[in-house]
Design a binder for this molecule. Structure first.
Ligand code: SF4
Ligand code: SF4
Length: 199
């Protein structure tokens, strides 16, 4: 429509396109990691160190974007389960490995987390919470409701970004905790850090 921003070319549109190919990214990185350890003799300690270091930037990102075991588990648990219930339970309750522990604990302090980047776009439809297993299983967690805990701060959030993908208006983004996400709201709008889904 004339005068409307082209969302598919916006930073949020780009983020949603990246999320749509998450499994391909995870499978590719997983194979490369496997080759690195098995064929190219890179010590598993380096993989654990590098995987944990990604947590400083993105929290528990490794599990859903890089881990070969995570990719296999997603395939197995997704088979014959169109609603993804088993996979959600697994992702929420799993104990994981040292990289998952580091990433999970770093979710609270990681540089980037999911947030309502543009509160003016949020219609309160609730699609984000429906897509998020943390919002489903953890009481008092919501990506958009005022006064509730942001699920992306929870240990179990593995940065799947299904919440971002499911938001019909592009209100959700991946951003700095007190900043404005990947694209800035204009002057006079509510600060995303003081409203929904930020703590
Ligand atoms: S990335 Fe979003 S949908 Fe996935 S677990 Fe975290 S808050 Fe929930
Ligand atoms: S899906 Fe988007 S518009 Fe709907 S409640 Fe969540 S952030 Fe708001």
């Amino acid at each position: 429509m004339p005068g409307q921003p082209n969302r598919s070319r916006s930073p949020r549109g780009l983020l949603r396109r990246v999320v749509s190919v998450r499994r391909a990214v995870q499978a590719t990185v997983g194979v490369l990691l496997y080759l690195a350890v098995v064929q190219w003799d890179i010590g598993i300690g380096w993989v654990i160190l590098a995987g944990s270091a990604t947590g400083l930037l993105l929290g528990k990102f490794f599990c859903r974007w890089m881990c070969p075991m995570g990719a296999v588990m997603e395939l197995i648990l997704g088979a014959g389960d169109p609603n993804g219930r088993g996979r959600s339970l697994y992702n929420y309750f799993k104990v994981g490995c040292p990289i998952a522990w580091a990433g999970g604990f770093l979710n609270r302090v990681s540089l980037f987390r999911v947030k309502v980047g543009d509160p003016a776009r949020c219609t309160g439809c609730g699609a984000c919470d429906k897509a998020c297993y943390v919002a489903e299983f953890a009481p008092g967690h919501s990506l958009f409701r005022k006064g509730q805990v942001n699920p992306s701060l929870n240990y179990s959030c593995s940065r799947c970004l299904q919440c971002v993908q499911s938001c019909p208006t592009g209100a959700l983004t991946l951003g700095l905790p007190s900043g404005t996400g990947l694209s800035a709201p204009g002057p006079g709008r509510l600060s995303s850090s003081s409203t929904r889904g930020t703590e």
